[in-house]
Design a protein around this ligand. Structure first.
Ligand SMILES: NC(=O)c1ccc[n+]([C@@H]2O[C@H](COP(=O)([O-])OP(=O)(O)OC[C@H]3O[C@@H](n4cnc5c(N)ncnc54)[C@H](OP(=O)(O)O)[C@@H]3O)[C@@H](O)[C@H]2O)c1
Length: 310
């Protein structure tokens, strides 16, 4: 990649897309191709093909997707598989048609089997059934990985996939009907503090363990791999440690300054019992995370507070 490479960041208004755009700009990449959803609906194959043939990017980063927490994934099952399959197919097939030779596809750690051996290494993909609550989303992401592999094998394209662990940071989704656990807890803890509530409700038993990575670290990992001459076809990107949901909720409460008690609602689903990635492959290449969970939560809470002010 050269400083004048033309890079299309699909989904640049999302949490990951914004962090990637910031990181690329900080590293001096000025020729970024950016399209909002109103300018280009990535579910529309004809529009995507026309845009790629017109712009001829050197590199595509697929950071666009329909993304949500456990409730949204489990209820909008058809939307999650249809939209994510469409986005993956249109961009990966479109890249090949427009002769774009390099592409990074963002998947997610939920593609690993529900009962996967921990920590989850790249080789454990497709070794067991998926977690049912988000299987349509995971299926679409698996199809995206398979598309990259197939174009790589059949046409020599350098298309590769990055599997991040749970991400959080500025521009996260704090809408309780569709958010992930960490931004949901931040919002609920903040509201509980402001209303002087005595308890903070936490979904599930609090027992499942999750790994969290600050989104700027993921952006750095992606750009690090984009600089690589021959990146592996599939690369996990995680922080390297997990925490129980109970410990996470306690940390969020401490950062926010909520002093009441936690109340666990066991009627809500727990999801996978544990999700910790084995990030050995990218660490061997030389990447390391730089932001710990507590600092990341503070920075995300600062963003949340500033977003409330307008
Ligand atoms: N967040 C996480 O914890 C996490 C963890 C692992 C992997 N990932 C992966 O990282 C990627 C980005 O996630 P994110 O958290 O940044 O999600 P996000 O904040 O919801 O951003 C997704 C972006 O995609 C855009 N988009 C969705 N459908 C589109 C369409 N049909 N046409 C054009 N643009 C469309 C959205 O546009 P609008 O702004 O118009 O909605 C948004 O800007 C996804 O592939 C996700 O699977 C995320």
């Amino acid at each position: 990649m050269h400083r004048n490479s033309r890079i299309f960041v699909a989904g640049h208004k999302g949490m990951v897309g914004r962090a990637l755009t910031r990181e690329l700009q900080e590293q001096g990449f000025e020729q970024l191709i950016l399209r909002s959803r109103s300018e280009l609906d990535l579910r529309n194959q004809a529009q995507v093909l026309a845009m790629l043939r017109d712009e001829r990017p050197d590199f595509i980063v697929v950071a666009a997707a329909k993304v949500g927490g456990i409730l949204a994934n489990n209820t909008l099952r058809a939307d999650f598989i249809t939209e994510n399959l469409g986005i993956a197919l249109n961009l990966i097939y479109g890249a090949h048609q427009a002769d774009v030779s390099r592409l990074l596809f963002l998947g997610s750690s939920c593609i690993y089997p529900r009962e996967c051996r921990q920590p989850m290494a790249e080789e454990y993909l497709m070794t067991g059934p998926l977690e049912p609550t988000n299987s349509p989303y995971a299926m679409a992401k698996l199809a995206g990985i398979s598309l990259c592999d197939a174009y790589r094998a059949q046409h020599g394209r350098q298309y590769f996939s990055v599997m991040p662990t749970n991400l959080f940071g500025p521009h996260d989704n704090f809408d309780l009907s569709s958010s992930h656990v960490l931004p949901a807890l931040l919002r609920k803890a903040h509201e509980a503090k402001m209303s002087h509530a005595s308890t903070l409700e936490v979904w599930g038993s609090g027992v499942p363990r999750r790994e969290f990575l600050f989104v700027d670290d993921l952006a750095k990992a992606c750009v690090f791999l984009m600089h690589h001459d021959d990146p592996p076809s599939l690369v996990n990107v995680g922080y390297g440690e997990d925490v129980s949901i109970r410990a996470l909720a306690e940390l969020v409460a401490q950062v926010v300054g909520f002093k009441g008690a936690l109340r666990f609602d066991a009627s809500k689903p727990d999801g996978m019992p544990r999700k910790l990635l084995n990030s050995h492959r990218i660490r061997e290449l030389g990447w390391r995370p730089t932001v710990n969970l507590e600092d990341g939560i503070r920075r995300t809470y600062d963003f949340f507070l500033s977003s409330l002010q307008g």
